[in-house]
Design a protein around this ligand. Structure first.
Ligand code: GLU
Length: 499
């Protein structure tokens, strides 16, 4: 099996392109075939080198590697022209000297006269010129386009996704294969290149279905073996319309920036139009390679669900080893230990209501504990880096709503409770069990539920109404920082009492 991905470098690698690349790659890896990357850069005006880089970069990030290429389509120009010549020589194509305006005028006249079909008008006009005259004018340097002479009959193929496909050739215009500036059109270039690369299977988006009969006719006219074709369903937004930016369809690169993991992205893309035949949703790369097949590609559009991608990413994070999670979090925090940039941004500390002045450093064990505690609460590492903020930087205040609903209802009582917490914690060994015994003991003595102690304490330690388990928080922050934060919270609650 020889497959290819043939992006045009007129934009970034988007979700649809990445899905096409992935399906081809999965098939090639499953079948031990070759995966060829071809950059279709014949459109000189719209192709950009930075888009080539972005597409190659996006594929590499996804872990989609290619066996041959990148082949640049523009390098095949001489061959594309030769193929057009061959078709001319064989009488399967003809030169068209008709100026566009002349053609349009004739077409409008035919339509106005109600003479019905104009399908073969271009042919009629162009072939009014005798073959000898056509050659003479070409030799004299007059510009012309080359049109393919569409034969009569029907064109059929067995689509690997859609099954039997059939087009009446009468519906197909004599399409241009070589423009008057000597450049090939997409249909000629793609057939010439796929034939040269001996591509056995062309797997691409549904939007190319109408090109396929033209391409099959070209293969036949060139005497080249016709590959198998499979067309992948469109990717739709949740409203059932074609996926667009409005639905959150962005360059694949944007998902990387957002903190999506390549494995999660690959898993997600694989399920855009393919199903393993069960309701499994989490499939590793190896699972996918083992199980992927075009038979299970759906015929109808696949809905892009950004929330599902985020969920899936969270599942991948939850399944990572603790060390890996910590390393990825350090990466998301900017390569440091979460100390540098973030802590610096908060300023010198000592700000009102804050827990300034403390060293924003976690040792490796505390950092790993923090990463493990935040993992189940984070869908991406970017989100995790944000959640890590209270542990790696001074607090920049307390959640106002939580403070009003909790602390400020009974300032004196809260301050007194937090003082008791400090006393208990100060006397406890700084390990999960003694800390838990101390706090639960305090709650029991006062005849209140543990939450009545944990919630005000959580706000004091993190500034937030929600966090990982309170004992994890205490262990991440350590004795000194924890007690310091509770003291500062007490001062804040009492100080603010007048206002
Ligand atoms: N260059 C074409 C595109 O980006 C793909 C051509 C093909 O797969 O045949 O849509």
């Amino acid at each position: 099996m020889r497959l290819r991905f043939a992006p045009s470098p007129t934009g970034y690698l988007h979700v649809g392109g990445a899905r096409t690349a992935l399906f081809n790659w999965l098939l090639a890896r499953r079948e031990g075939g070759a995966f060829v990357l071809r950059v279709e850069d014949t459109d000189r005006d719209r192709s950009r080198p930075e888009h080539v880089d972005a597409i190659l970069g996006g594929l590499s990030w996804l872990g989609i590697d290619w066996d041959e290429g990148p082949v640049f389509q523009a390098d095949g120009l001489a061959r594309h022209r030769r193929d057009a010549e061959r078709l001319l020589d064989a009488g399967r194509a003809y030169r068209d000297f008709t100026a566009r305006e002349d053609f349009e005028r004739a077409r409008d006249a035919a339509v106005a006269a109600g003479t019905g079909t104009v399908a073969r008008l271009a042919r009629e006009m162009a072939t009014a010129v005798s073959p000898e005259e056509s050659r003479r004018r070409a030799e004299a340097g007059e510009p012309f386009a080359v049109r393919f002479l569409v034969p009569t009959g029907t064109t059929e193929w067995h689509d690997l996704v859609h099954g039997r496909m059939r087009f009446a050739n009468a519906e197909i215009d004599d399409f241009v294969i070589l423009r008057s500036d000597g450049t090939p059109t997409y249909n000629l270039a793609v057939v010439s290149d796929d034939a040269t690369s001996r591509i056995s299977h062309v797997v691409r988006g549904d939007d190319h279905i109408s090109n396929t009969p033209k391409q099959i006719l070209l293969y036949e006219a060139l005497g080249a073996p016709v590959p198998a074709f499979g067309h992948l369903p469109l990717i739709l937004g949740p409203d059932g319309k074609r996926l667009s930016k409005r639905h959150g369809a962005r360059a694949v690169e944007a998902f990387e920036v957002e903190g999506v993991l390549p494995d999660a992205m690959v898993n997600f893309l694989a399920l855009l139009g393919w199903s393993p035949g069960t309701d499994e949703e989490l499939l590793s790369r190896d699972d996918l390679i083992e199980r992927f097949s075009l038979e299970r590609v759906l015929k109808k559009g696949a809905v892009f669900d950004a929330a599902k991608l985020m969920w899936m990413n969270g599942q991948y994070i939850a399944r990572m080893e603790a060390g890996e999670v910590a390393a990825a979090l350090r990466g998301a925090l900017g390569g440091g230990r979460g100390v540098g940039g973030d802590a610096g941004g908060v300023g010198g500390g000592g700000e009102a209501g804050g827990a300034g002045g403390e060293a924003a450093v976690l040792d490796d064990a505390a950092f790993e504990r923090m990463a493990a505690a935040l993992a189940p609460r984070s869908r991406t590492f970017v989100e995790m880096a944000r959640l890590a903020r209270p542990y790696i930087a001074p607090l920049d205040g307390y959640d106002g709503k939580a403070a009003r609903k909790g602390w400020y209802r009974d300032r004196a009582g809260t301050a007194e409770l937090l003082r008791a917490v400090v006393d208990r914690l100060a006397g406890a060994a700084w390990e999960a069990e003694p800390l838990e015994a101390a706090l639960r003991g305090l709650a029991a003595e006062r005849g209140v539920g543990a939450g009545k102690v944990f919630q005000p304490l959580r706000l004091a330690l993190t500034g937030l109404p929600a966090s990982p388990g309170i004992f994890d928080v205490l262990l991440i922050l350590g004795r000194e920082r924890s007690l310091g934060r509770v003291e500062r919270a007490i001062a804040h609650i009492v100080d603010d009492a007048g206002g």
